[in-house]
Design a protein around this ligand. Structure first.
Ligand code: NI
Length: 173
């Protein structure tokens, strides 16, 4: 298990539509373990493969925010939304690829998802609250969509300029 480097926006690898995963292999299991370790280390509540430069349809999440609670990691391969509620929820979202920037995004409050688990079986489950927001945010990553793509062009450009500046500073060391 190793920590992977999280890409910072803007990066063309964050804008690509990720490819479906044909089957669960030891490589996919290692990828999932690395992604979970990287997410918990960050720390964050979700991480999608494109964020570490892997163009495959897999993300990990754990929206259990109580540090006293036991970890509840979920790994979703080839996830799909099979139902969304009409009720919406607005959440102040952030992203490990857009550090320290937060903005309100409105999405369906509840949804049902279907995905392939690391056990090779199809899973289906309903999510609400932060879990629902997180699942939709991560699924967006697999389609090259960032939470700032849900904002106005002005807000998006403002955040992107800050990230360009951050990356320039990081490159200088
Ligand atoms: Ni994100």
């Amino acid at each position: 298990m190793s920590l992977r480097t999280i890409l910072i926006h803007p990066d063309p690898r964050l804008k690509k539509v990720a490819e479906p995963i044909a089957r669960i292999t030891p490589e996919i299991e290692t990828l999932a373990a690395d992604m979970l370790a990287t997410m918990y280390d960050a720390p964050g509540i979700g991480l999608a493969a494109p964020q570490i430069g892997v163009g495959a349809r897999i993300f990990v999440m754990d929206a259990t925010r109580d540090p006293e609670a036991e970890r509840a990691p979920i790994v979703m391969v080839n996830p799909q939304i099979t139902w969304t509620s009409e009720a919406l929820n607005t959440y102040d979202e952030g992203c490990l690829s857009i550090p320290d920037q937060y903005a309100d995004v409105t999405r369906p409050a509840e949804l049902r998802m279907e995905w392939l688990g690391l056990d090779g079986k199809t899973h289906e489950q309903e999510f609400d609250g932060l879990w629902a927001t997180c699942a939709q945010h991560e699924l967006d990553h697999l389609d090259g969509i960032l939470f700032i793509d849900h904002l106005s062009a002005i807000k998006r450009q403002m955040i992107t300029r800050k990230m360009v500046k951050l990356k320039r500073e990081q490159a200088r060391g």
